[in-house]
Design a binder for this molecule. Structure first.
Ligand code: FNR
Length: 191
């Protein structure tokens, strides 16, 4: 079976390199048994506890899209050695109202690309912390830290370097295996 996986991109920049990376993963994914669809975060309002009583339509739609996915891949930039605020806002939105955490038990995998040589490692570490708190089991190995290189990924999501394309494919295969292993987390615990 092919898994339906939601991709959350932690950047709303019109020239986002991480959206390009998400596109590249989407192109490669079918060969790893995954069908990737972006779950957009651009129009989410800033989360407030006031929303718990009356969830904004965009937030409700975002939560439903996560819940309908077999697994979630988060592709994130690094902002000031952490996750961008737009991504934190999206995760906060998904986690509430209390008792209705859309990410609970959802298998996840994290990846990212940045200018710096550590390739979003600090950002991903913070992201792993958040996902652990939200009870969303995360792929541990292989880690995927990518550095921006001119021409590495074309507009249509073609990866021009063979070794990078092979690495991304092996990461997707590992993610698929993790999603399979983590699936029992989605099933109710037998009485
Ligand atoms: C950055 N950038 C950055 N890069 C990095 O490697 N470590 C960091 O801590 C930061 N911090 C940071 C903060 C802010 C506010 C901006 C705007 C940028 C650079 C970042 O890697 C680069 O802008 C990427 O292109 C961002 O990813 P997207 O939006 O292109 O996907």
């Amino acid at each position: 079976t092919t898994y339906d996986v939601g991709i959350i991109v932690g950047s709303i920049s019109s020239t986002s390199i991480n959206r390009r990376l998400a596109r590249a993963l989407t192109v490669l994914a079918p060969e790893a048994g995954l069908r990737l669809t972006e779950i957009p975060i651009r129009s989410l309002p800033m989360y407030s506890a006031d929303h718990d009583a009356a969830i904004p339509a965009e937030a409700a739609e975002f939560k439903r899209a996560i819940e309908a996915s077999d697994a979630i891949i988060v592709v994130t930039p690094e902002y000031n050695r952490s996750v961008p605020g737009v991504l934190k806002n999206a995760l906060d939105t998904a986690s509430r109202p209390w008792g209705d955490n859309s990410l609970a038990g959802k298998p996840t995998a994290v990846i990212g690309m940045s200018i710096g040589t550590i390739g979003t490692a600090a950002s991903q570490q913070h992201l792993r912390n958040i996902l652990a708190f939200l009870a969303a089991p995360t792929l541990t190995q292989p880690e995927a830290y990518l550095q921006i290189q001119e021409g590495l990924i074309t507009d249509d999501g073609t990866v021009t370097d063979v070794l990078t394309a092979e690495f991304l494919m092996s990461w997707l295969v590992a993610a698929r295996e993790h999603f399979e292993r983590a699936r029992p987390a989605l099933e109710p615990i037998p009485a």
